[in-house]
Design a protein around this ligand. Structure first.
Ligand SMILES: [Zn+2]
Length: 222
């Protein structure tokens, strides 16, 4: 019968017997949290916000894989997997570009547990490897503005640890016919042509990991 082929009739039939409701969104097991920050995190966030104001943007709970990338992910799946499920408590960004400037971790008593210590060490290493400062603040019930201010100035004064290629590496990669290595990722760059702006039509070397990596190098035609 044609009625059997009509899904509208089937749904009505199932509803009549109290069946087939699993498709509605209200049946899914998702509920809204009242807050995304703990008491201690919120108290710290408000002090941080009063210090930074509109000058810098504070992003709470950012996944490390949103901040860092692995240049050759296929060859480094384990490096990617190690950071995939981890977060930093706060990421401070430039408000106009959202470029990450430094991270902030609140160290509560759980950080003394051995599993936490191993996790903290990994996070420290990831930040150091990518040259992003990380400020660790001991968790308290109240925060001193001057103490946090001092920690932030210290973080912003820290020189990024991104190294430019050594003279030796440059010597290994000479010649205009060979693409230079990306200073950040250490892999050969690709020749691109600027589509717009003052340099439209001009060729340059860009990173294959664009837009995660925005390193560019000039191209000199032979
Ligand atoms: Zn790169």
């Amino acid at each position: 019968m044609t009625e059997n082929n009509n899904p509208g009739c089937l749904t009505a039939f199932l509803r009549f017997f109290g069946l087939g409701r699993e498709s509605g969104p209200e049946s899914l097991p998702y509920r809204l949290k009242d807050r995304i920050l703990t008491e201690s995190e919120l108290s710290f966030y408000l002090v941080l916000k009063s210090i930074l104001g509109e000058r810098l943007t504070i992003c709470p709970k950012v996944r490390l894989s949103d901040i860092f990338f692995v240049p050759r992910r296929n060859e480094n799946m384990s490096a990617y997997n190690r950071i995939n499920q981890k977060h930093v408590d706060f990421l401070i960004c430039d408000p106009r570009t959202m470029k990450p400037l430094f991270g902030v971790e609140l160290d509560d008593s759980s950080h003394k547990r051995s599993d936490r210590e191993a996790r903290d060490e990994l996070v420290d290493q990831v930040f150091a490897a990518a040259g992003l400062p990380l400020v660790r603040v001991p968790a308290r019930t109240a925060y001193s503005r001057s103490e946090i201010n001092a920690l932030i100035s210290q973080a912003l004064g820290t020189k990024p640890a991104i190294e430019s290629p050594s003279e030796e590496e440059k010597a290994d990669n000479p010649g205009q016919d060979k693409a230079p290595l990306c200073p950040k990722c250490g892999i050969p760059m690709v020749l691109r042509t600027a589509a717009r702006g003052a340099n439209a039509g001009r060729q340059f070397y860009g990173c294959v990991n664009y837009p995660n990596c925005r390193e560019v190098l000039p191209y000199q035609p032979v």
